[in-house]
Write a protein that binds this ligand. Sequence first.
Ligand code: KG4
Ligand code: ZN
Length: 426
Amino acid sequence: MSGRGLILGIESSCDETAAAVVERGARTLSSAVASQIATHARYGGVVPELASREHLRAIVPVVRAALAEAGIGLGDLDAIAVTAGPGLAGALLVGITYAKALAFAQGLPLIAINHLEGHIHAVLLNERETEPQDPSGAKAPANFATLSARLKSCPDTNQRISAEEAALALVVSGGHTHLFLARPAQGAWSYKLVGRTLDDAAGEAYDKVAKLLGFGYPGGPWIDAMARFGNPLAVPFAFSQIKHKVHLGSKPPRIKAAKTAPIAELDTRFLFSFSGIKTAVLRYVELHDLRGEAQARAARLFAPHSEARPPQTKEEALALCPQQILDLVASFQCAVVGDLMKKTFAAAESLGARRILVTGGVAANRELRARFSAEATRRGVRIAFPTLALSTDNAAMIAAAAWPRFVAGEFAEDSLSGNPSLALGR
Ligand code: KG4
Ligand code: ZN
C-alpha cells in the first residue's frame, strides 16, 4: 500500500475488458481497455459466451498494462474496485473472480461498484481532473483501516466531495437509458432513479437500426458519422406519449438492467421507449424496398479482412449508401436525440436541478453533445459530458466511483457475486 489513495478499477460487464489506476478518485494514472468489437462485429451484437471467453483471455494482460502504464506495482495499491453489475453474468464473473483473488492475495479491500454509478463518475472524474489537486500532500499510513479513517478526516477530501453539487444524470448507453438525481453525501454518493427506458436502450436502438441498414457494429459511431450528411427532417419520426398502464400490463417490459426499479412510482414524463422507432425504421425500409441494398452493404462490410470504418466525408458516405439512407439515419438520430433532450431537460426543470451530466456510450454522439449543450446554454443550466474515451466502457470510471466508498469504508463482502440486473438508486 502506498497510502496515496491508489485504486485499481476492473470492468468486465459487457464487451470491454478494462483496468485503470486512479489516484484519490481525481487523477487517472492509467486506463487500459481491450475491446472485443472485432469478435462480436460479424454477429452484429454481443455474444455472451464469446464475451466471457475474451474477458478470460484479456484480464491478466489488461491489468498488467494498467499497472505498467501507471508506473506502479501491485504492492502500491490501496484498494481494488470491480463492477458488480448490471451486465452479462459470465462477463461480470470473470472480473469479480479476478478482483477478489487479487484483493485476497494482496490483503487489500475490495469495493463493489454499480456500472451505472461508474458512468456517472466518468464525468465527475473529468471535472476533478481539471480542479486543483489536494494541496496537503499528506502521506497516509500503510494500513488500510487507518488509511480510510485518515482520509475520512482529511478536510480537503470531504470538502471537495460535498462541494460537488447535486446533478441530474442521464446514463445513455447500449444497455441503459436511465435518469438519476445524483447527490453528493459524506462518503458515497446517493442516487434517486427518476426515469428510464421501458424497453430498448437508446444505444441498442442505434445498434439495431445500423444492423438493419447493413452498417458496422457498434452502430452508434456509424449512424453518428452518416447522419451529418442527411436531412434530419426527411422522415417524420414521432415519439408518442408513453401510456403508463399499457406497459404495466401482464407482459413485463424487456428490461435487462435494474429490473427491480419501481416503474409505477416514476413520473411517466421521464420514461423512454426506443423499440417503436426501431420498428418504424424497419417499416420504412420494407416500404421503400431497401432491404436488398442493405444486405449487399452488410456482405461488403463484413467480408473477411474488411477494415470498414465509418465514413468521414460526404463522398465516402455516398459511396456506401444512397442519399435516401443518409436522410433516414439523420431523421432517426434527430428524433432519438430530441426525445432524450426533451425528457432530460423536463426532469431537470421539475427537480430544480441546475446541473446535468450526460454519460455512457451514446454520450459520445456529436449531435447529442451539440444539441444538449445549446439547450443548456439557452436555459442557463450547467452541462458536462465525459471525454470521448470515458464515454464508452472503461475502468477509470469504476476506480473513480470507488474513491468515496473507500473513504467511507464501504467494502465488499467475501461473498460478492455479480448481479446482472443490479439496480442503482431507489
Ligand atoms: O457505455 P457503452 O460502451 O456500453 C454499455 O454500457 O452499454 O455504450 C455502448 C453503446 C453502443 O450501443 C454504441 O452503439 C453506442 O454506445 N455509441 C454511440 C456512439 N458511440 C458509441 N451511439 C451514438 N453515437 C456515438 N458516437
Ligand atoms: Zn456502460
